[in-house]
Design a protein around this ligand. Structure first.
Ligand SMILES: [Cu+2]
Length: 414
């Protein structure tokens, strides 16, 4: 019911608002003119009215198609990011069949185990693109477009030289066609060119991973920014032949932006606002698809070494990734790994570009809550934060809430 209400509201206010205002204005002038029999007033009012029509309505009221927002001109290589009304009515028609999920977030613990193989192999990968309606914040619903039903999609882990045998299916309930672009793949579109799938369609393709690294994969169907702003991204780790140094804990976190028509906190089902998208003004900036997408799921013990595979689905912002209270002992900048790759030591904040990644390692010495953030800190208020809960024994030598008295110092043997 709530969905029907929001859809009707959208149609009336956003799509036909101009038309209604135009008709109402015409009727108003007609009524006024019938009461005042003055040619001068009639001419003056007509000028005001037609002036307003030209100034306000003309630039917006003659769209090439019924779309939201009306009459957007953009210069991308494909279709523009406005949503065709046909797409919206299609969504409405399929609304009953679209899956609802109580939690859209991919569990940050959902990291495939390190690869122990010493030889390259063929690795099967099955992906399903699918609409999921779920909450981005309490009471705020979004029609996510997903890989395998979560945001981000599954983390893929292969070894340098492996061949991926991909089977990708677009679920019949999907509103839009999709495809996949692996940044780890060499060739046109990173795979996108050979994986275009309409709802109900399946395609198979195989790719050899030539370069080690941590890479984003994403849907690259036109309008690409629009598809990515619906949640269509994830990470693929191509381990170098020699593997990565062992750690106790591995986590999977991907930042992303969402552009609903309603402002921050506006409840109900939201339609994406393509104008906000190209203006780069997201309402929500989150880790793993929703506000608190990783909260409650990242745990470690004192003494553990932890690694976070961080991605940024964007589509507009660069993430300044930071963990409050920790220093990254090692950063693999921009997800670059393998022989002769740069490694940074002792880093406070690292850049994760839009459509890029980074690997950060840290060791927990003291128990407590460690907050991961995009350190453009105003973004915390839009959802860009998570928590790593570390339990274990205090280490007063490293971190103490009070300044020790001389007696305490004597006891500690200094
Ligand atoms: Cu897509």
């Amino acid at each position: 019911m709530l969905e029907i209400f929001y859809f009707t509201k959208f149609i009336i206010f956003q799509t036909f608002g101009f038309l209604i205002a135009l008709i109402a204005g015409g009727i108003f002038i007609f009524i006024v003119l019938r009461k005042i029999h003055s040619l001068k007033t009639a001419i003056l009012l007509s000028f005001v009215f037609f002036g307003m029509v030209i100034f306000v309505f003309v630039p917006r009221a003659f769209p090439t198609a019924l779309e939201y927002p009306f009459g957007m001109t953009t210069y991308g290589p494909g279709i523009n990011p406005s949503l065709p009304l046909a797409n919206i009515t299609d969504f409405f028609r399929k609304l009953k069949t679209i899956e609802r999920a109580s939690d859209i977030a991919r569990d940050p613990n959902d990291v495939p185990p390190p690869i122990t193989r010493k030889e390259p192999a063929r690795v099967k990968l099955d992906l399903v693109t699918k609409d999921i309606i779920s909450e981005i914040a309490p009471g705020v619903f979004v029609d996510y477009w997903t890989f395998n039903g979560t945001v981000p999609g599954p983390m893929v882990r292969v070894r340098e030289g492996d061949t991926i045998d991909l089977t990708i299916t677009n679920d019949l309930t999907s509103v839009a066609p999709h495809n996949i672009d692996f940044h780890a793949v060499t060739g046109p579109g990173g795979g996108a060119v050979v994986t275009n799938i309409a709802p109900g369609e399946t395609k198979k393709a195989s790719f050899k991973t030539l370069n080690p690294g941590l890479y984003i994969y994403h849907c690259a169907h036109a309008n690409v920014a629009n598809h990515m702003a619906h949640g269509m991204y994830g990470l693929i780790l191509v381990e170098p032949k020699e593997g990565l140094p062992k750690v106790d804990k591995e986590f999977y976190v991907v930042q992303g932006e969402f552009y609903p028509s309603g402002s921050l906190g506006t409840k109900g089902l939201q339609i994406m606002d393509a104008k906000k998208l190209i203006d780069g003004q997201p309402e929500y900036i989150v880790f793993n698809g929703r506000v608190k997408g990783t909260v409650g799921n990242m745990k470690a013990e004192v003494g553990d070494t932890a690694r976070i595979y961080v991605g940024n689905g964007g589509v507009n912002l660069i993430s300044s990734f930071h963990v409050i209270g920790e220093i990254f002992d090692t950063v693999y900048p921009e997800g670059a790994i393998g022989k002769d790759s740069a490694i940074f030591k002792n880093v406070q904040t690292t850049i994760v570009p839009a459509g890029g990644a980074a690997i950060v390692d840290m060791k927990f010495d003291v128990p407590g809550n460690y907050i991961l953030v995009d350190h453009a800190l105003a973004r915390l208020d839009r959802g860009a934060w998570g928590i790593i809960e570390v339990t274990g024994n205090d280490n007063k030598e490293i971190y103490d809430g009070v300044f020790p008295t001389p007696a305490d110092t004597a006891k500690m043997g200094h």
